[in-house]
Design a protein around this ligand. Structure first.
Ligand code: PLP
Length: 394
């Protein structure tokens, strides 16, 4: 189609600066093929537990179809506050410290827009979730990658952060349990990061969307529960992963009343409120959903052990994931780039996964496999990958 307007040049510098997500490209190829096993999507294969869905149906019957308060329904904010008290012993105020958002995605976007001035730098440990750089750039900030090492189980250290901090650094954005590596940070690791944040007076945005998904007895440590960190931290969480509620689009931010009010100001002009149907369901998830969530986590753990054993036996160097539902094996031994590996595996064996380069330059040499997939599909994918490795080495 003719582009008489020359749209490309009229787009905002931010949108021209971000690349399309490296994840989507492979789904588009996979969508045109039969018999594909996808280890690509970071999405639970479970449907939302019935009692949560039912609460939404009941809410609709009762006529819950309107806008809610911008900050979210009071009963949902109260349940969120109760959860943080119960689980992490952190005190938040439902009226001032909570904003219910359209997923963690919106919370991340408006957190960045609320705090960044043009040119402010954001430290982002990599490999990381694909939206972190994009949200930073769209808010006028500058993402600064801090590579994490497989030798250190992809945990970040203050020494590594120190190498990248400048007088323009304003925010440290962390996401543990981590997408795409499955890494977690121990209390000791996080305490060291907290000292670093305090030393440089940084805002910490902590994306804890996988906080409920840890395995092998590992504890998730909520960043704002660390001494002196509550006021410094914008804590993001949501329902997509733990409660299999990706399509409902519901999450939240917790933090100091001033920053939550600033985020609410953006949210009230752009979203007004999160969908009421999802808010009603989220109340039910927090009141009665934990038992279902725990069952799903136990099943992810079974899959995690299967995929870790399978990939390791094939000779792929793997860090044993401790959280989320991803594994991030090294494919360096094959001689392929992560892009080549993902494309050849997809076209020859019909297994979709995501090249590690999609999660930052230091993800190169790895691929991300999601084990939010039924166990028989994981088994079949493993035998296809094994077959691929026998026939494809550079
Ligand atoms: N944060 C991380 C680390 C994620 O992996 C994802 C989704 O994959 C999101 C945020 C987005 O979550 P939501 O569905 O709540 O917008």
């Amino acid at each position: 189609m003719a582009d008489n307007m020359n749209w490309q040049q009229r787009l905002s510098p931010g949108v021209n600066a971000i690349a399309p997500s490296g994840i989507r490209k492979f789904f588009d190829i996979a969508a045109q093929m039969d018999d594909v096993i996808s280890l690509g999507v970071g999405e639970p294969d479970f449907v939302t537990p019935w009692s949560i869905r039912e609460s939404c149906v009941y809410g609709l019957e009762q006529g819950y179809t309107s806008y809610t308060a911008n900050r979210g329904m009071p009963e949902l904010r109260q349940e969120i506050v109760n959860l943080f008290k119960r689980r992490y012993n952190v005190d938040y105020e439902a009226n001032t410290d909570v904003l219910v958002t359209v997923g963690v995605s919106e919370a991340l976007d408006i957190a960045m827009r609320a705090v960044l001035a043009p040119g402010d730098e954001v430290l982002i440990p990599e490999p990381c979730y694909v939206s972190y750089q994009a949200c930073t750039i769209l808010a006028g900030g500058v993402p600064v990658a801090v590579p994490a090492k497989i030798e250190n189980e992809f945990r970040i250290t203050p020494e590594e952060l120190e190498e990248h901090v400048t007088d323009k650094t304003k925010v440290l954005l962390i996401g543990y349990p981590n997408n795409p590596t499955g890494a977690i940070m121990t209390r000791k690791d996080l305490e060291a990061v907290a000292d670093f944040a305090e030393k440089h007076d940084l805002i910490v945005i902590s994306d804890e969307i996988y906080g409920d998904l840890t395995y092998g007895g590992e504890e998730h440590v909520c960043f704002s529960s660390l001494p002196r960190m509550k006021d410094r931290t914008i804590l993001l969480n949501g329902f997509s992963k733990a409660y299999a509620m990706t399509g409902w689009r519901i999450g939240y931010a917790l933090g100091n009343p001033t920053v939550i009010a600033a985020m609410t100001k953006i949210h009230q002009y752009t979203m007004l409120c999160a969908p009421i149907t999802a808010q009603v369901a989220a109340v039910e998830a927090l009141r009665h959903g934990e038992k279902y969530m725990k069952k799903m986590v136990a099943e992810y753990d079974r899959r995690r052990r299967l995929i870790y054993d399978g990939l390791t036996k094939m000779g792929l160097e793997c860090f044993e994931p401790k959280g989320a539902f991803y594994i991030f094996p090294s494919i360096k031994s094959t001689g392929y780039t992560s892009d080549e590996f993902a494309e050849k595996l997809l076209t020859t064996e019909h297994v979709a996964l995501v090249p590690g380069s999609a999660f930052g330059a230091c993800g190169e040499g790895h691929v991300r496999c999601s084990y939010a997939t039924a166990i028989d599909k994981i088994s079949e994918a493993l035998s296809r990958i094994e077959n691929f490795l026998k026939n494809h080495r550079k």
